[in-house]
Ligand binder design. Sequence first.
Ligand code: C2E
Ligand code: MG
Ligand code: MG
Length: 619
Amino acid sequence: MDCETRQPIRILVADDDPGVIASYRMILGTAKQTTNSDIDDLKSRLFGGKNTTPPQVHEPEFDIVYTSGAEAAVDAVRKNCAIGKRFAVAFLDMRMPPGPDGAWAAAQIRALDSRTDIVISTAYSDVDPGEISLRVPPIGKMFYVQKPFHPHEVRQLAVALGKKWYAESKILRLAYFDELTQLPNRAFFMTRIEQAIDLANRHGRSLAVLFLDLDNFKRINDTLGHNIGDELLHTVAKRIAHSLRSSDAISRSLPEDYEKQHLARLGGDEFTVLLADLEQPEDALTIANRIREEISKPMQLDNHKIIVTSSIGISLFPQDGEDIVTLLKAADMAMYFVKRTGRNNVQFFERSMNETALLRMNLENELRHAIERNEMSLYYQPQVDLLTGKVTGLEALIRWKNFTLDNVPPLDFIPIAEDSGLIIPIGEWVLRTACRQAKSWQDAGVRFKRIAVNVSVLQFSQTDFPNIISRVLKEENLDPSVLELEITESILMNNADRAIDTLRKLKAVGVQLAIDDFGTGYSSLSYLKQFPIDRLKIDRSFIKAITTDPDDQAIANAVIAMAESMKLQVTAEGVETIEQLQFLMQGKCNEAQGYHISQPMIADDTEQFLRKLKRYEGA
Ligand code: C2E
Ligand code: MG
Ligand code: MG
């Protein structure tokens, strides 16, 4: 028995002599049920009358299948392989008339399951082991016993080879399976696709590769901890397997462990599924959507109710690629497009994706070095008090000028920085640079009240985010009340309960808090009441037609009234005309920001702007 798993050693015996079969039974475990006279009889038949005591039945347990001919033996291996059961050792008689011989059976078994060790037993000295080994390679996996055999010899071979089989299985598991989910890993999956492509080629069939990535998994891992993250991956793996099992299109006469063989975890939160035997490409879409829906059902993990969605890309053989690497890459690219276009969806690969992906890869590569190459800068856009006309705040807005890509707008690179995690160092750079600038203006007597910095979702979800803010403020020697953090409504609503907690910690640090792009994120009033915030920034989209569109007017006025009742300040974003400004002034909006007042400016121009204004105010 395998010491660790306590599983029996699976053995196949093939011999045409019922007496020899009976002796195997005795040697490998049924001795206790055999009578003394039976044993004496067998002993004299098998062991040439030698008075050898059969071994006692103790530790190893065997699971044995007995057959009386070569063909039956091969058939047993085939049937067992189909249900995922493998033999560790096969004892094959060399001569089994009238059927084929043991060497023939050995060759067939080897082709079905290359890991089974084969022991040829022969009563004749004319059989040359060297010659059989040549017929059934590899040589190292063929053994010989000569009849009449010694019971210890057979038993020891069975035990030793069985243990070796389990040890090899363990090594294979480690090399080809993922420990967390017990699913095949990338290496295993690659060989699977290779075989499937081979088969599909031969039979002119198509197949599909699904590439699945969980949405925002990193955030769950960061916020709820790695244990919950692991549990979540485990649940997701089970859900994918379950959807494959219940999938009509592929459940036809397939082996029990189909889903395990065709599903793999590539690493992190990436899974892949191979759909062989596809009737039509649409079936892949149906199955992918079923997986996606199954995953997105709420899951309860250690007191947390979590909903996780997934993005799935599909590539098809042969149209999207004829080898494993191309197919996997195409599916990955299609998955990436799902991410870019809103996540929680399924998408087939399309040729045009190649080009766009290349652009993005290039952008990401360049972005990696942007800070060290000094390519980032901050622009500042004034926010004006509509009652006094004074500049109150300055919003810091990042700019990236790259040598080959030239100016890249923040809306093009911020999402990439988010996906790649680069937003963390970039965000800290923005924070530090803005704080340092604010401090230096304060020291130089330039007047303003606040400096506003935009916070990305990934930054906000870091558990130590409030600490980072506090540390940078201290290091830059800036009073916390001067810093305002702009957090978009969608970030807050993503996980409102947790957001409340983080916002409270940030308030404790002493900074001001604004909800950016307000009106676009479906805040519920009950949450809004609980967010310890100071300001709402009405999104530009509502300001654009504020002088003409009654709906936008109603929304802007409602936000202003609500903010007033909640004792919050309101800033209107994207004010481009005097008419818009007048409308907002009449509506008693507190502050405005937009091209009509000023475009975002480099630090020097901002300083000029503020100084000029001061002289004007003073005059
Ligand atoms: P946002 O925070 O809502 O910033 C306001 C955006 O509106 C800025 O675009 C600004 O230049 C633009 N804007 C201001 N006034 C007007 C106007 O009158 N008309 C029009 N059409 N646009 C106006 P920008 O700088 O391109 O930034 C876009 C977005 O990128 C920002 O939206 C913000 O979400 C993000 N972003 C910018 N800098 C940072 C940063 O340092 N960190 C993070 N995480 N995000 C940033
Ligand atoms: Mg902003
Ligand atoms: Mg905004």
